[in-house]
Design a protein around this ligand. Sequence first.
Ligand SMILES: [Zn+2]
Length: 59
Amino acid sequence: MNGKISCGLCLSSIDCDDALFDEQAEVYFCDLGCFEDWADDHFEDILTQYKELHLYPVG
Ligand SMILES: [Zn+2]
């Protein structure tokens, strides 16, 4: 993939080579800082996803 994409948080234009991609939300980010700020705003979604992936009844 070539060219510019926009960050899902700050909406700035970034090179594909430098971007991070969240394959779950299908959103691009500049860096981990932007992802973490975005994650703060999407805490409920991330919590739901985490529970589906990692929590199982023991008994
Ligand atoms: Zn950003």
